[in-house]
Design a protein around this ligand. Structure first.
Ligand code: GTP
Ligand code: MG
Length: 256
């Protein structure tokens, strides 16, 4: 189906063959988002593992991914009043592929986002910092929309992926707020709004305290950096001995 053509029209019935073709095109459209999401997820997993070796802790607690359903894509197009075409969906809906990264500490959120943004094949097209500028209801998170190239059998598509990065405390708050919002059908009583806002402040305070404790522990580690396993390496749960001659290959200059 050519880009720019309306997706479905109720006044025109489609024969089986047409439906089959359209379904194939739509499947390819959705697959491109799935592939983009998988690519970014792999990048995040690699950063997490590499960070663990270099800095000896995991900056990421866990990662969630989700593809927007065709129904919610349609709903969002109607809600925002966009023209209904494939190219318009590609241009305007940035969260068909969604990734949520849950970090241990606020500083990790910025580290991860910078490490992703620096990668050559990632183009950041939008960045909203709801941590520095929380929403009036108290919502905090760092939002990025990135584009990544997806290499398919006959073409390369630049596909957008929405990445939300937040701490465990921010995520705890956002999931409760989300539930309340839907429970009250978007019309949350004033008193609950006030309590939620206070809870968001407490969560932010907790994040500051945890970060502080974490920093002190890191400093303690650096002061006591004694390692019995200097010549052993663990990758993929497999232990490797590092021979002297191999270690020496990584000498940058004689000053080491
Ligand atoms: P959408 O139309 O939902 O995409 O919002 P937007 O275009 O204004 O973008 P924004 O970056 O503000 O929000 C994108 C997503 O962040 C939402 O779909 C939610 O997943 C999350 N989000 C934003 N604001 C809130 C909030 O106040 N509470 C919760 N729980 N989640 C939020
Ligand atoms: Mg959204």
């Amino acid at each position: 189906m050519a880009e720019g053509v309306s997706i479905m029209r109720n006044d025109k019935s489609l024969d089986l063959e047409q439906i089959r073709k359209l379904k194939l095109e739509f499947t390819r459209f959705m697959m491109s988002y799935k592939f983009a999401m998988d690519e970014v997820k792999t990048k995040i997993d690699i950063l997490n593992q590499e960070f663990n070796y270099v800095h000896e802790y995991n900056p990421i607690e866990y990662v969630k991914t989700r593809l927007k359903t065709p129904e919610s894509i349609l709903k969002k197009m109607y809600r925002k009043g966009y023209e209904l075409s494939l190219s318009s969906i590609r241009e305007n809906i940035h969260d068909i592929a969604g990734i949520r990264i849950i970090c241990s500490f606020v500083s990790d959120i910025y580290k991860i986002s910078e490490m992703l943004a620096k990668q050559e094949d990632i183009q950041v097209i939008m960045c909203k910092d709801y941590i520095k500028n929380p929403k009036p209801n108290g919502y905090r998170s760092l939002h990025l929309v990135v584009k990544v190239p997806v290499f398919m059998s006959d073409r390369v598509d630049n596909v957008s992926v929405e990445i939300q990065i937040r701490t465990i405390a921010m995520d705890f708050w956002a999931s409760l707020e989300h539930k309340i919002y839907y429970k009250y059908d978007r019309d949350v009583p004033e008193d609950l709004i006030k309590q939620l806002k206070e809870a968001a402040e407490s969560a932010a305070e907790l994040d500051r305290k945890m970060e502080n404790i974490h920093k002190q522990v890191l400093e303690f580690n650096n002061d006591n950096d004694y390692d019995n396993d200097l010549q052993n390496l663990l990758i993929n749960n497999e232990g490797f001995h590092i021979p002297d001659a191999i270690l020496r290959l990584f000498m940058i200059n004689d000053s080491i």
